[in-house]
Write a protein that binds this ligand. Structure first.
Ligand code: UD1
Ligand code: CA
Length: 478
């Protein structure tokens, strides 16, 4: 094999990242491609792409294969911007995957290979690897694991030089005893990587073109191979099965909980909170056990969240209290709100300061003005509710006629008696009162009492019907 000319060592060489994501992930036993499995609310692949972006990679090439269309479609056009997709078909191994990506890389760039199923590695951990590759070497990220099973082992000579990587299925008993393992992540000048990858063979237990064999090729060509040992083993864990995915989820959740504690948030139990997205908290926020946060959630100063609440894509104003088992999705809540227990806010709900929404009340696509209250068993949908309105227990906005949705308007200081139905489109004027049990089908004028109930009557001397006595037992149950 001809000895390749060493790549010009340049600290300015652009960084181009290749992410391997074509494998089936058989061990997950899932219809979804492995790299689309969620970790802390985002796919494994999204985590890796973020890391590449944090390194300011000039190019990000994702090698897809198994479920290629599904993987591509999981990213919106905006997210896909700056990603080059490359298809590996069939999937003949990690080395074969890199071979497919090479035509998209520039010869004078530095290539960093990341694995779509190794999601937690941080940009800061990769920096020394890139510096090593910029010096003209093949740089490997390795780690010492107490249980190295399943990983490729790093085989070194007596002087400690890396010779090659032995895959679990191909390793000798001596090699299996090695605890330093390959994380899969490596960096090298593209020019060198290209010559090594082109020469890979597949004479191994799996009949695959192993990327790991570039180590032996580099060593044979006298290109320096340098291992950068990751300090934090957690970062380099791969996801091959559900057990590993669950373990990583706990690791990420613990990291998020620790960051919240450090930022001054009180958590009743840092082991019992799940953040699947981003959670921003002001000062003196208190969160009880069993809460789940999804998408983008913002809690202002002094917010307290009771046990077992689910909050998704919402903003909660300062000093608000959310009681147990409340579900908030796509809502904006003002300061000093009181929600729950057992309240449900659906998308498009906007609550001004001082609003109370109590148990078994559902609010959808509605605004509630300052200090308004819907404390018990109500449905407020497609409504514009003014300030200081009291919505009595069991009030329902009948917003849907089976074909279209209609709006209900309730002006300031109105009082809606319990068990009323407001058949939209309909308007309750300022300061109006609805008597309990009203079925409102036309507008209620301001400042008046509107009531649609039948007048109450009592009939003196009325006798309740009686069962006829038939002497020989009753007919009951026939
Ligand atoms: C690989 C490494 C092993 C390392 C381990 C770290 C090889 C041969 N082995 O083993 O040394 O310790 O990762 O986690 O590289 N992929 C493709 N195309 C393919 C095959 C795989 O894109 O043809 C992708 C997969 O989607 C996955 C990644 O490459 O994201 C790794 O593949 P996987 O089969 O999980 O390799 P491991 O057996 O974990
Ligand atoms: Ca793997």
């Amino acid at each position: 094999m001809p000895v390749p000319t060493p790549a010009p060592t340049s600290s300015h060489a652009p960084l181009q990242v290749v992410i391997l994501a074509a494998g089936r992930g058989t061990r997950m036993r899932s219809a979804r491609p492995k790299v689309l499995q969620p970790l802390a609310g985002r796919t494994l692949l999204a985590h890796v792409l973020d890391t590449a972006a944090a390194l300011q990679a000039q190019r990000r090439v994702v090698v897809v294969g198994h479920g290629a269309e599904q993987v591509r479609q999981d990213f919106t056009n905006q997210e896909s911007e700056g990603i080059d997709w490359c298809v590996q078909e069939p999937q003949l191994g990690t080395g074969h995957a890199v071979l497919q990506a090479l035509p998209l890389l520039d010869a004078e760039a530095i290539a960093l290979v990341l694995y779509g199923d190794v999601p937690l590695v941080r940009a800061a951990t990769l920096e020394p690897l890139l510096a090593t590759a910029r010096g003209g070497a093949l740089a490997l990220l390795t780690v010492h694991l107490p249980d190295p099973h399943g990983y490729g082992r790093i085989v070194r000579d007596r002087e400690g030089q890396v010779l090659r990587i032995a895959e679990q299925r191909d390793a000798t008993p001596d090699e299996l005893a090695i605890h330093e393992v390959n994380t899969g992540i490596l960096a090298a000048p593209v020019r060198l990587l290209a010559t090594w990858v082109a020469a890979l063979g597949n004479d191994n237990a799996q009949g695959e073109y192993y990327l790991t064999d570039v180590v032996a090729a580099a060593a044979a060509a006298a290109t320096p191979v340098k291992a950068v040992i990751a300090a934090d083993a957690h970062e380099t864990l791969g996801v091959n099965d559900r057990m590993q995915l669950a373990a990583l989820e706990r690791i990420v959740q613990r990291q998020i909980a620790d960051a919240l504690l450090e930022a001054g948030v009180t958590l009743a139990d840092p082991a019992r909170i799940d953040v699947r997205g981003s959670l921003q908290c002001g000062r003196d926020v208190w969160i009880d056990v069993g809460c789940v946060f999804e998408g983008r959630v913002e809690l202002a100063d002094g917010v307290s969240i009771g046990p077992n609440c689910v909050l998704r894509d919402c903003v909660i104003g300062a000093g608000s209290r959310i009681e147990a088992f409340t579900h908030v999705d796509g809502a904006r809540c003002g300061d000093h709100n009181r929600l729950g227990p057992f309240a449900r806010l659906r998308p498009g709900s906007e609550l001004d300061a001082g609003v109370h929404v109590g148990n078994f009340t559902e609010i959808k696509n509605s605004t509630l003005g300052r200090d308004s209250k819907a404390n018990h068993l109500s449905y407020v949908g497609d409504a514009t509710v003014g300030a200081r309105v009291n919505i009595g227990a069991g009030t329902i906005t009948c917003n849907y006629d089976g074909a279209s949705k209609h709006r209900t308007v309730i002006e300031d200081d109105a009082f809606i008696g319990s068990d009323s139905q407001l058949v939209a489109p309909v308007r309750v004027g300022r300061g109006a009162t609805l008597g309990a049990g009203t079925t409102l089908t036309s507008d209620a004028p301001p400042e008046q009492l509107t009531i649609s109930r039948a007048r109450q009557a009592s009939i003196a001397g009325w006798l309740r019907p009686r069962k006829r006595d038939q002497g020989g037992g009753s007919n009951e149950g026939r």
